[in-house]
Design a protein around this ligand. Structure first.
Ligand code: RAM
Length: 882
C-alpha cells in the first residue's frame, strides 16, 4: 500500500522501486521521530524489492514508525535513503477498554422472505419504508482534555455504519465504515488520527449510526436484521497514552433529520429537522436520551486491513432532460455505483424524489430494471427552505445511470448535479488502450464494473444482490489484478472467507454469508464447484500476480479443509444411472474420483442454455453440473497440490499428485467418448477441460476439433458461461485458432461483447441480451464483472504482458503480431515496477517499444517464437507480419 492507514500486522513487509539494477539493499525501521533505529536488515545482497520482511521484527500496537531503505547499484554505489511513515492499529483486542453503547431504540424489525420467487419478482405486500424503517441514531458525548495534545487516535467499530464528527468537524473522508465483514465472526476496528480535531478543554464527539449491512436490508432476499437488530458503537480515543472511551461518560442520543437510511432501499432526509451544532462541545443536549451502556465485548473485533471506501470520483451528468412521457430525467452517461449530490432552492417542505435505474425502456422512458423486495434505490429529500441547499445521502449507494426526479422546484440543470462514485479506494495499476472503439470501450466497461463491485467486498452487482459471490471473484480475480492493486482488498476478503468457512470445510456460496439467503434458497447452504473453490484459486492468483506467498500460506489450511469437503461429496455421491452397477465395477469405482452429483451451478449462464424464462438459468447447472463439478474438483486438487509444493508440505504434495492423476483418469473414462470427444457437446466444458489439461494427449486433436465445430455451429459466437469464459480465447489460441479468438472477440451480434457496446453498455452485463434487438431491456443486472474477465486476455495476449515467474519476476513480452489492432498502449504496475507496451502496425510489420524496470528479467518474443532478452528501459522492435 502506498499510503497505508493504520496497518493490521505486527510484522509488515516492505517494498520499493529502485531505478537502477539493484545489487543490495538495506532497510531500517525507526521510531516516528527518526531518533532511534529499532530494527535493521543490514546490507542484504539481493535484488528483492517487494514483500521484504525484517527478520524477527515485532511491532508494538498503536504506534507510529518510520522506515527507510537504500539500494546499491551494479557499481556498488549506495543510493540516498528513501523514507516513509506508517503506524500500527489496534492489534491486541484484550487491550480494548471501551464498552458498547446503544441508543434506546426499537429494534429493527426482521423482514423475512421465505418465498424466493415472490421476493425476486417483487410479489409481496408493500409497506412504505417510512413505516418499517427506523431513523439513524445520533449519539454525542463530551469529554475534557486536560493538557496539550501530542498524538491522538480514535479506534472505533459499530453495529451499523458510522459517521463521525469531532467538535462539529468530519474527521475522515472514509465512508461506509466499518465495512462489510463475515459477521458475527468479524467486525473491523478502524483507526483515525484525530490530533488536530481536539483541543484543551471540553470536546465533543458525535456519531451517527445507520442500519448498514449489520441490521439493514441486504443480499438477494433483501431481508433485514441479518446480523443484529440493534445499532451500537464502541470507541476509544487515546491521547498520549490517556484513554477516553464509550462508557466513561454518559453519552446521549437523538434522532435527527434522516427518517431512514438503508443501503438497498435508499435514504429519506428532512432538512427541516437538521440539528445545527449537535456535535460541538457546548451544544445543549438536554432533550436527548441517555444511551444504554453494555458490557465490553471484543468478540470478533479485528483490525481493519486494506483500503477504506471513499468517494473515488465525481463528475457532472451527461444530460438532464425530459423523457418522451414528460418525466424529468438525469442521465449520467455512465452506469456507476454511487449516488448523487444535488443542489436546490425552494420552499420549506418541498419533497424531491430520486429514483435510480440502470436503463430506460425501448421508448426512452424511465423504468426500474432491478426487481425484488427492498431494492427501491430511491432517495427522498425534503427542503428546509430559504436558500441554496445541497443533499447527498450518506448511508446508501445505488447501481444506476438514470435518475427520475420528481418534485424538483424550478428548473433542474446539470450544473446542480454531481455523480458521486463510491468504491474501495484502490490504487489503479494498469491501463489498456486500443484504436478499436468497441474494444477500447469494452476495457473501460470492465474497469467500471470492477470499480462498481469492489466496494468493501467483491460483489456480483451493485444493485440487486451486492453479495460476495465466491464464484464471480474466483473467475475475475486475474483480470482484477491488472486494473487495480487488489492484494490487500482480496486478502481481507479471504480472511472473511476463512471466518465464514463451516466446521466441515464447506465454503459458502457468498461471503459474507447471510442467514436470510440460507432461509430463502434451499441450495444456499450447499457448496458449488467454481464458487467454493475461490478459497484455493484466489490465493494462488495473488501469488502469481504479486509474487507474495503469504496469501497461500494464510489460506492453506482453509483450502485443504475445503478440498476435504469436496472430496467427501465426490466420494459419497453416485449418479443415479450407476446405482444398479456392481460396487466393484470400474464405472462405480471411478465415481469416487468425480464430483458429479449434488448441487451445482455448472457453467452458469452459458448463452445457449438460457432463454427468456428466468428459471432457464438452471439449465446450465443441469447440463454441465456433473462435468464442470469434476473439472473444478480436479483444478482445486491441483491448486492445493501446488500450494503444498510451494509451502514445502512434501507429503501432501505427493498425495494430491496421485489424487489428481486418479481424477484425470476417471474424467477420461467418464466424459470422453469413443471418438475422443466430450459427451457434453458444449463450448464451456471443452474449454475448461482443454485449459486445465484434463484431455489426454490422444484426444486433444478430437476435442480441439469439436470445440472448433461448436464455435462454427454457433456462427462464431461464444457459448461460454461464468466459469469457462476466462479461458475461451486462450484455448483457441493454444489449439492454433487465433483467428477464431479474434472473430469471437470482434463478433457484434449477441452473445458478444461488442453487441453490448453497440447497445450502449457502459458496464459489463450479467446477461448478453440485457437489451434486446428491439431495444427492450431485461430486468437483470447491467453491472456484473464476470463476463469482463476477457480483459485479462487483452493485457496478456494483445499487449502481450505475461508473468512467467510469480510476481513478474520473469516476464515475457509477447505482443501478438497478428492482432487486428493498429495501435495498442498498455501499462502495468508490477511489484518490481511498471511495464509499458506501445504497438503500432503498418502493412508489413508490428513495431513499437516495450519498457521494463531495472530489476526485471524480461524477454521479447519475436515473430518466429524466439526469445530476445530485454535490457532495462525502453527497447524498440519491429516484428514482421506475414
Ligand atoms: C446470481 C448472482 C451471481 C452468481 C449466482 C450464481 O444470482 O448474480 O453473479 O454467482 O447467481
Amino acid at each position: 500500500m502506498r499510503r497505508p492507514g493504520a496497518i493490521a500486522t505486527d510484522a509488515p513487509r516492505f517494498g520499493w522501486h529502485f531505478r537502477e539494477a539493484q545489487q543490495a539493499f538495506e532497510i531500517e525501521l525507526r521510531d516516528a521521530d527518526r531518533k532511534e533505529v529499532l530494527a535493521g536488515s543490514g546490507k542484504v545482497l539481493a535484488a528483492d524489492c517487494a514483500f521484504v520482511s525484517l527478520p524477527g521484527l515485532q511491532l508494538a500496537p498503536r504506534t507510529a514508525y518510520s522506515w527507510r531503505v537504500r539500494c546499491w547499484n551494479a557499481l556498488g554505489e549506495a543510493s540516498q535513503w528513501a523514507e516513509a511513515e506508517f503506524e500500527t492499529g489496534f492489534l491486541q483486542m484484550d487491550e480494548w477498554r471501551a464498552q458498547w453503547i446503544e441508543p434506546v431504540q426499537s429494534p429493527v424489525v426482521p423482514e423475512i422472505s421465505v418465498d424466493a420467487r415472490a421476493a425476486a419478482m417483487g410479489d409481496y405486500p408493500i409497506v412504505p419504508p417510512e413505516e418499517r424503517l427506523h431513523p439513524p441514531q445520533m449519539i454525542r458525548q463530551s469529554f475534557l482534555v486536560g493538557q496539550e495534545i501530542g498524538r491522538a487516535r480514535l479506534y472505533i467499530t459499530a453495529h451499523g455504519l458510522f459517521e463521525i464528527l469531532i467538535n462539529g468537524r468530519a474527521i475522515t473522508d472514509e465512508i461506509f465504515a466499518p465495512g462489510y465483514d463475515a459477521h458475527p465472526h468479524r467486525l473491523s476496528v478502524h483507526t483515525y488520527p484525530v490530533t488536530e480535531f481536539l483541543h484543551v478543554g471540553l470536546n465533543a464527539i458525535g456519531i451517527t449510526l445507520a442500519d448498514g449491512w449489520w441490521a439493514g436490508r441486504t443480499s438477494f432476499s433483501g431481508d433485514s436484521a441479518n446480523y443484529g437488530n440493534r445499532l451500537g458503537v464502541t470507541w476509544q480515543i487515546e491521547i498520549d497514552g490517556e484513554v477516553v472511551a464509550t462508557g466513561d461518560e454518559t453519552a446521549v442520543a437523538a434522532q435527527g433529520p434522516t427518517r431512514y437510511a438503508d443501503i438497498f432501499i435508499g435514504e429519506k432526509h428532512d432538512a427541516r429537522d437538521e440539528i445545527p451544532g449537535w456535535a460541538s462541545a457546548h451544544f445543549d443536549a438536554s432533550g436527548w436520551t441517555p444511551v444504554e451502556v453494555k458490557p465490553r465485548d471484543v468478540t470478533g473485533l479485528v483490525p481493519f486491513i486494506g483500503e477504506p471506501v471513499r468517494r473515488v470520483m465525481e463528475f457532472a451528468p451527461a444530460e438532464v432532460r425530459r423523457t418522451p412521457n414528460g418525466e424529468l430525467l438525469i442521465d449520467l452517461g455512465q452506469n456507476i455505483a454511487g449516488r448523487l449530490r444535488i443542489g436546490a432552492n425552494g420552499p420549506a417542505g418541498t419533497e424531491i424524489i430520486f429514483e435510480h435505474s440502470e436503463t430506460l425502456d425501448a421508448e426512452g422512458n424511465f423504468i426500474k430494471n432491478i426487481m425484488g423486495r427492498n431494492k427501491d434505490q430511491t432517495d427522498i429529500w425534503i427542503l428546509a427552505g430559504g436558500g441554496d441547499e445541497t443533499f447527498e445521502p450518506r448511508f446508501t449507494y445505488h447501481g444506476f445511470r438514470y435518475v427520475r426526479v420528481s418534485g424538483y422546484p424550478g428548473k433542474l440543470i446539470a450544473a446542480n448535479v454531481t455523480a458521486v462514485v463510491i468504491a474501495s479506494d484502490l490504487d489503479s495499476s494498469g491501463s489498456f488502450e486500443v484504436d478499436h472503439w468497441g474494444i477500447h470501450r469494452l476495457h473501460q466497461n470492465v474497469v467500471w464494473s470492477q470499480r462498481s463491485n469492489f466496494l468493501s467486498i467483491p460483489t456480483d452487482c451493485p444493485q440487486r444482490e451486492r453479495a460476495g459471490w465466491t464464484g464471480d471473484i474466483q473467475l475475475f480475480a486475474p483480470a482484477a489484478t491488472n486494473n487495480m492493486l487488489v492484494h490487500q482488498f482480496l486478502s481481507r476478503w479471504l480472511e472473511n472467507v476463512r471466518a465464514a468457512q463451516a466446521p466441515d470445510g464447506r465454503i459458502p456460496l457468498i461471503v459474507p454469508d447471510t442467514p436470510s439467503f440460507a432461509r430463502m434458497m434451499p441450495f444456499a447452504s450447499q457448496a458449488a464447484a467454481g464458487w467454493s473453490d475461490a478459497i484455493a484459486i484466489v490465493p494462488l492468483v495473488l501469488f502469481d500476480r504479486y509474487g507474495d506467498l503469504r496469501p497461500v500460506a494464510d489460506n492453506y489450511a482453509a483450502m485443504t479443509a475445503w478440498l476435504g469437503h469436496a472430496r467427501r461429496l465426490a466420494m459419497d455421491g453416485i449418479p443415479e444411472r450407476y446405482l444398479g452397477e456392481p460396487e466393484d465395477s470400474p464405472a462405480r469405482e471411478r465415481q469416487r474420483h468425480l464430483w458429479n452429483t449434488g448441487f451445482q451451478f455448472g457453467d452458469w449462464l452459458a448463452p445457449s442454455t438460457v432463454s427468456a424464462d428466468p428459471m432457464s438459468m438452471w439449465n446450465a447447472a443441469r447440463l454441465t453440473g456433473g462435468i464442470v463439478g469434476s473439472i473444478f474438483y480436479y483444478r482445486t486438487t491441483e491448486a492445493v497440490r501446488r500450494a503444498a509444493g510451494l509451502l514445502g508440505d512434501v507429503a501432501a504434495e505427493a498425495e494430491l499428485g496421485q489424487r489428481a492423476a486418479a481424477i484425470r483418469q476417471a474424467f477420461s473414462s467418464e466424459f470422453i467418448g469413443p471418438e475422443g470427444r466430450l459427451d457434453t457437446a458444449l463450448q464451456g466444458p471443452l474449454v475448461l477441460a482443454l485449459a486445465f489439461g484434463l484431455i489426454p494427449e490422444g484426444s486433444r486433436a478430437a476435442c480441439s476439433a469439436q470445440l472448433v465445430e461448436l464455435v462454427e455451429a454457433a456462427d462464431f459466437h461464444l457459448d461460454t458461461g461464468f466459469l469457462s469464459l476466462p479461458f475461451l480465447l486462450d484455448v483457441l489460441v493454444e489449439i492454433g485458432r487465433k483467428d477464431l479468438a479474434y472473430r469471437i472477440l470482434l463478433q457484434d451480434t449477441a452473445p458478444s461483447w461488442l453487441y453490448e457496446i453497440a447497445k450502449g453498455a457502459t458496464t459489463i452485463w450479467e446477461d448478453w441480451r440485457m437489451i434486446g434487438a428491439d431495444g427492450s431491456p431485461r430486468p437483470l443486472s447491467f453491472n456484473h464483472y464476470a463476463f469482463g474477465a476477457v480483459d485479462d486476455w487483452l493485457y496478456r495476449h494483445v499487449a502481450g504482458i505475461q508473468s512467467v515467474e510469480p510476481g513478474y519476476k520473469r516476464v515475457v513480452l509477447a505482443p501478438d503480431p497478428d492482432s487486428p489492432f493498429g495501435h495498442v498502449r498498455a501499462r502495468l504496475e508490477t511489484p518490481i515496477g511498471p511495464i509499458a507496451v506501445a504497438l503500432d502496425r503498418d502493412a508489413d510489420a508490428l513495431s513499437g517499444t516495450v519498457e521494463i524496470p531495472a530489476n526485471m528479467r524480461a524477454d521479447l518474443r519475436l515473430a518466429d517464437g524466439r526469445l530476445q532478452p530485454l535490457a532495462a528501459g525502453k527497447t524498440s522492435f519491429s516484428l514482421a507480419v506475414e
